[in-house]
Design a protein around this ligand. Structure first.
Ligand code: AVJ
Length: 334
């Protein structure tokens, strides 16, 4: 299903919406399966209801959570170099969100004189509409064509690239780290499919470094990440008429060295009976039992470049901060 909303005559932007109420793309069925597994998990997609989005925004302002501000600083420092190197005429941004980072990219593209179109892709149509209107106003002449969709299902809905232009696809925020090994490979291959020779992929990835610093980024002093983690219970309760007390769970992040990833868990502080009529299940989580809510993989340069190579892309440039905590990198379709 697709609905096109065309803004009257004032602003040159449009939005194609592929997310419809009542079509969750199998997310409920997947949640049911993952909660009934011997080691129960909840997909991180359930973090992001309105309250969860607001809590994530607060996380990005925490002293401990260096990721967002480091990525922003790298984009501001290096995008001019990247834009001059790649010469993109359009930006396709996967998971564009509030489009805060977008301006650093569009500014650099605009300075080359080539900027023509911005294609934000996000699960939230509301967020796209807001940023599309804002950016169309801020960059006169910029065409904005938003796509509201799920990156697991709807990347094929992205409009055809201009025949005589160059496309830059951006996948930032280290969202890649939330996928398991197979998922990461599939995702980079899907992104690569959006590119023709000469086009480029821009990714932001959190790097493997001091575990103590990494743990602190997910276990902040004010407890914002703990609230974010517990909010997943509240969200699932609301959608599936559940009755679990979020405060019966402790926030339990840990560093898994073998898989080079932070894992967020919720640990039952007592025996918990969780009935979820909307999923037609009732769970018992014994005291000390855990539910894993997120993996957040931390990469080496070699791993990121292997992912590019497996997708048929050639690493082009690598930009990391002075502390070696975070990288923004570019790969091209040769
Ligand atoms: C934006 C999904 C990459 O994994 O660091 C922040 C989400 N979770 N604190 C991450 C998150 C806990 C974040 N991602």
């Amino acid at each position: 299903m697709s609905t096109t909303v065309r803004a009257a005559t004032v602003r040159p932007w449009r939005l194609d919406c592929h997310v419809a109420a009542g079509d969750d793309g199998g997310a409920a069925a997947e949640l049911r399966r993952s909660l009934m597994a011997p080691r129960p998990t909840i997909s991180p997609r359930w973090f992001y209801d309105d309250a969860g989005c607001a809590l994530f925004e607060r996380i990005t302002d925490l002293a401990e959570y260096y990721q967002t501000r480091t990525e922003q600083a790298l984009l501001e420092a290096r995008m001019h170099h990247v834009a001059a190197d790649v010469g993109p005429t359009e930006l396709v941004e996967i998971g564009s969100g509030a489009a805060t980072k977008t301006r650093a990219i569009l500014d650099a593209m605009s300075d080359t004189g080539l900027l023509d179109r911005y294609v934000p892709f996000d699960i939230s149509p509301g967020i796209i509409a807001r940023s599309a209107a804002e950016l169309a106003a801020a960059y006169p002449g910029l065409r904005v064509h938003g796509i509201a969709g799920d990156f697991g299902r709807h990347l094929g809905k992205i409009p055809r690239r201009p025949a005589d232009g160059t496309r830059l696809v951006a996948f930032l925020g280290s969202t890649l780290g939330n996928l398991d090994r197979a998922g990461r490979r599939t995702m980079v291959k899907r992104l690569a499919r959006l590119l023709k020779p000469g086009d480029a992929l821009l990714m932001g990835t959190d790097l493997a470094h001091d575990p103590a610093v990494l743990i602190r980024a997910y276990d902040d002093e004010p407890g914002v990440t703990a609230a974010f983690n517990r909010n997943i219970i509240r969200h699932v309760n609301r959608v599936f008429e559940g009755d679990a007390d979020p405060d019966a769970f402790a926030h339990a992040p840990r560093w898994n060295a073998r898989s080079s990833r932070i894992e967020m868990h919720l640990r039952a502080l007592r025996d918990i009976d969780w009935s979820l009529p909307g999923l037609d299940i009732a769970l018992r989580i014994p005291e000390g039992g855990t539910i894993r809510t997120e993996i957040s993989c931390k990469f080496t340069r070699g791993e990121v470049e292997d992912l590019y190579a497996q997708a048929g892309l050639t690493p082009r440039s690598w930009h990391e901060d002075a502390l070696g905590r975070y990288a923004v990198s570019v790969a091209v379709r040769a």
